[in-house]
Design a protein around this ligand. Structure first.
Ligand code: CP3
Length: 343
């Protein structure tokens, strides 16, 4: 197989890339003054996600500034519940608020409406036409479990207590919701691929709330079903899984879900990751977002350790998203360091 001109697709295909690629979760957003400027002029965050010209511009901002190896679509994991008919709002300083679902009757009212996320697909088409030949366009969705957490609790203020209660007291309801989300996510991601997404990431930000059998049942199984359906239709599209804080769940997840690469958060020990996980699939991660805020030698030393540990079959990223207080100069410094790094 010949090397593509895209280092990220090389790594995802198990090929040594020309250089270690880098992109950052939440690379578009409030730490960038050019984002804040557009945000101040815009009605609200959802409106930004659903206005293709704005979303295209925001997707491209970190690419222009830092020449990242991937552009990640500017959108949100909560657009899937929105497309299912759930009322969704992003209130200033409060995070997302959804109308919670609590009964089978609530679930019967959910219908996925592709028209409501059509602007997202338009954004993908617009971005795809503007990337350099080495940049990969990544589409994404939330994993069924993580999206279910937001749909049942309505927000993240009480650490998803209502959702955790369902795991033990109302499994039929939770299973039905997860099934609905598998179907909706399949449609949503298929449309992203048709529009031009070249790789996908499945964000399971709250995977760490579960362990043991519940982790298998609500994290691994739904992800495996979603991936197997996508792979049947689009075998050439690689998929990155990110089951955040999965602890001893990483090994079964990487072996059983069918993902092409595993995103790891900063809690994962590097020696363990290299031995038990990178021996199975390529990894993505896992610099602490706090070290990116810190910058300087602390950040660069940690980056060097990650680069030395994982070698070239690795996508450099953070362990979670860029936080708003991050100085953009630190991102520039990090990317320059990774590009110049020779082990
Ligand atoms: O740059 C990118 O990574 C692309 C866009 C992107 C956003 N959200 C934009 C966004 C992506 C990939 C996401 C994923 C997402 N959204 C996740 C999974 C990753 C994670 O962080 O764990 C989750 C859990 C959400 C849900 C969500 N969206 C929350 C909890 C919040 C509020 C808190 C916060 O982090 O800001 C959002 C809002 C949101 N999504 C913003 C952005 C840029 C901030 C909106 C603003 O300008 O106020």
């Amino acid at each position: 197989m010949n090397k593509s001109r895209k280092p990220i697709l090389d790594v995802l295909g198990g090929q040594i890339p020309e250089r270690v690629p880098v992109w950052l979760m939440r690379q578009a957003g409030r730490y960038l003054p050019e984002y804040r400027e557009l945000r101040a002029k815009s009605k609200n965050f959802l409106n930004m996600c659903l206005t293709p010209d704005l979303a295209t511009e925001i997707t491209l901002q970190p690419i222009r500034r830092f020449d990242m190896d991937a552009a990640i679509l500017f959108a949100d994991i909560l657009l899937v519940p929105m497309a299912l008919g759930v009322d969704l709002q992003f209130r200033e300083g409060e995070g997302p608020a959804l109308q919670p679902v609590s009964s089978m009757l609530d679930l019967e009212a959910l219908f996925y409406d592709p028209a409501s996320v059509a602007p997202v697909m338009q954004t993908i088409r617009q971005v795809a036409g503007q990337l350099s030949p080495s940049t990969t366009l990544i589409g994404f969705c939330g994993a069924p479990w993580t999206v279910a957490c937001y749909m049942i609790d309505g927000n993240s203020h009480s650490n998803f207590a209502a959702t955790k209660k369902c795991v033990y007291e109302n499994p039929e309801f939770l299973e039905r919701l997860i099934a609905i989300l598998i179907d909706a996510s399949e449609q949503y991601l298929s449309a992203q691929i048709e529009a031009g997404a070249e790789a996908l990431q499945i964000f399971d930000s709250w995977a760490g709330l579960l362990s043991g059998e519940a982790f298998t049942h609500y994290v691994i199984n739904p992800t495996r079903i979603l991936i197997s359906r996508l792979k049947k239709k689009y075998p050439h599209i690689p998929i990155i899984g990110f089951p955040r804080e999965a602890a001893d769940g990483y090994e079964p997840y990487i072996k059983q879900t069918g993902i092409d690469a595993l995103g790891i958060d900063q809690s994962v020990d590097l020696a363990y990751a290299k031995r038990a996980l990178q021996s199975v699939k390529p990894l993505q991660g896992n610099l602490s977002p706090d070290l990116l805020v810190q910058g300087g030698a602390a950040m660069l030393d940690a980056a060097a350790t990650i680069l030395r540990t994982f070698g070239p079959l690795h996508i450099f990223n953070l362990g979670h998203g860029v936080v708003p207080q991050t100085p953009p100069e630190h991102v520039a410094q990090l990317v320059a360091y990774i590009r110049e790094f020779r082990p």
